[in-house]
Design a protein around this ligand. Structure first.
Ligand code: FAD
Ligand code: SF4
Ligand code: SF4
Length: 414
């Protein structure tokens, strides 16, 4: 008698195009280049993905965590995935037979523990600080967004510089939009792409603390850089950043989110914040600093140390207010890479100069490290942290693993 015909079933990894905000985090995280994108969707190559889960914790929306059982021969192709506006439903005839399941290449059963693998492959923490407040995420989605009114929009950088960075305040009125420092929101710019599809959302870090840009108001602020050149230096006008920078008071924007459940600040008052940022990466640092400043008299004793880089002082957002913060509240270190007549100085150079003060912070289990800004800064900052740790007998590899495990090293570069 013939036995059951072996059926090759694949648990195919898919990305939900309705939730994905096209932030590229998963593509950068995947260690074996299984993720790719076109102008429309982020997709997973079925024949490459091994289900290691490294991309799942860093995804700010959860769009990445979708799986469908399919007959291996019928796995969704890249072209199919690129064409989707929404995920296909699970075909019940594929997932049902137990025999088929066990004969399958079932990514879940063969999958190593996600958190363990991810912590090895991901450079920063995939868990929040133990004392962080619980964030709300995905309250508003592409299908059900909300709106906010622009109540402020002004340029932060000197008019004479090429770098046009804006401080934007959005008010949600009576619509609940609870956020925490370190979270981001998605903006849906009006209009369509060249392919005739609605523009996808762009992500922006929240620059204000949880109780509002103006305390007690239901508003958030953003720090938005106008994109006028692509990464290769070719002149181009970024869709969403130009839309945002040109908004006037009273304009209404469409918003989704909030996003992010790990890049959050600790809430225990003796925790220290070591913040390293460039350009608009200052947004979450401003939010955290302002939250600590407002609570300063309520017993917060932890230290704040900031390393902030820009090309020149005139291009540094929030320079004035930052300089006005008391020295005994925050230890501010600026680094400028293009000051005429002066050698290039990057945040990692400033960190090395202050190694004697950075090292004790790294050694303290209450210290939480935040890195945000240009993608290119990540290697240099991690290298500087490693050198400082090693030079002070802290053993970087073990410390790095501990920082990640304990939700104390958060990286957000774009
Ligand atoms: C987690 C996260 C947080 C972010 N927070 C902020 C923030 O606080 N403030 C902020 O201004 N941006 C932030 N961004 C970037 C933001 O989401 C957009 O990518 C950026 O505003 C460009 O969008 P755009 O629609 O203007 O450009 P697009 O129309 O998407 O792109 C136009 C062209 O410019 C290139 N490009 C995109 N971004 C840049 C850039 N920054 N520099 C040079 N070329 C670029 C693109 O590759 C493309 O070729 C964040 C991104 C992520 C993932
Ligand atoms: S939202 Fe998630 S799935 Fe979409 S690009 Fe970002 S990390 Fe990838
Ligand atoms: S599960 Fe692993 S292999 Fe698959 S796309 Fe995510 S990071 Fe890449």
């Amino acid at each position: 008698m013939n036995g059951p015909v072996p059926v090759d079933i694949l648990r195919q990894h898919l990305i939900d195009p309705e939730i994905c905000i096209r932030c590229n985090t998963c593509e950068e995280t995947c260690p074996i280049d299984a993720i790719t994108h076109d102008g429309t969707n982020y997709v997973v190559k079925a024949e490459v993905c091994n289900g290691c889960m490294a991309c799942v914790p860093p995804c700010p929306t959860g769009a990445i965590d979708n799986w469908r059982n399919v007959f291996k021969a019928n796995a969704y192709s890249l072209d199919e995935q690129f064409s989707w506006d929404e995920l296909p439903t699970q075909n019940p005839t594929v997932s049902a037979p137990a025999a088929a399941e066990s004969a399958s290449q079932d990514a879940v059963s063969e999958m190593p523990d996600a958190a363990v693998v991810a912590s090895d492959l991901v450079r920063g923490s995939t868990v929040p600080p133990w004392s962080a407040a619980r964030p709300y995420v995905n309250l508003y989605t592409h299908k059900a967004p909300t709106t906010a009114t622009v109540v402020g929009n002004y340029r932060l950088t000197d008019e004479a510089t090429e770098s046009d960075i804006h401080h934007l305040v959005l008010d949600f009125g009576a619509m609940p939009f609870p956020v925490l420092e370190g979270q981001s929101i998605g903006i849906l710019p009006p209009g369509e792409s060249a392919e005739g599809r609605a523009h996808h959302a762009r992500q922006y870090s929240i620059a204000s603390p949880r109780d509002g840009e103006r305390p007690g108001y239901n508003n958030v602020s953003l720090t938005v850089k106008r994109v006028t050149h692509d990464h290769g230096g070719k002149a181009t006008l970024g869709v969403c950043s130009n839309y945002l920078c040109d908004l006037k008071k009273g304009d209404v924007v469409t918003v989704i989110g909030p996003f992010g459940d790990t890049f959050l600040m600790p809430n225990h008052p003796n925790s220290h914040l070591l913040m390293i940022c460039t350009g608009t990466g200052s947004a979450p640092m401003r939010a955290m600093t302002e939250y600590r400043r407002r609570r300063r008299l309520k017993g917060a004793t932890g230290k704040l140390m900031l390393f902030f880089g820009a090309r020149t002082q005139a291009e540094l957002p929030y320079f004035g207010p930052l300089m006005n913060l008391p020295k005994d509240f925050i230890d501010t270190n600026l680094a400028f890479s293009r000051t005429p007549g002066k050698p290039k100085r990057y945040v990692q150079d400033a960190m090395r100069e202050r190694a004697a003060d950075v090292a004790p912070l790294l050694a303290d289990g209450n210290t939480h490290v935040y890195v945000c800004g240009l993608k290119g800064m990540e290697d240099g900052v991690l290298q500087a942290l490693a050198e400082i740790a090693e030079a002070h007998g802290l053993g970087w590899d073990a410390l790095w693993a501990r920082l990640k495990r304990e939700g104390r090293l958060h990286l957000e570069t774009y």
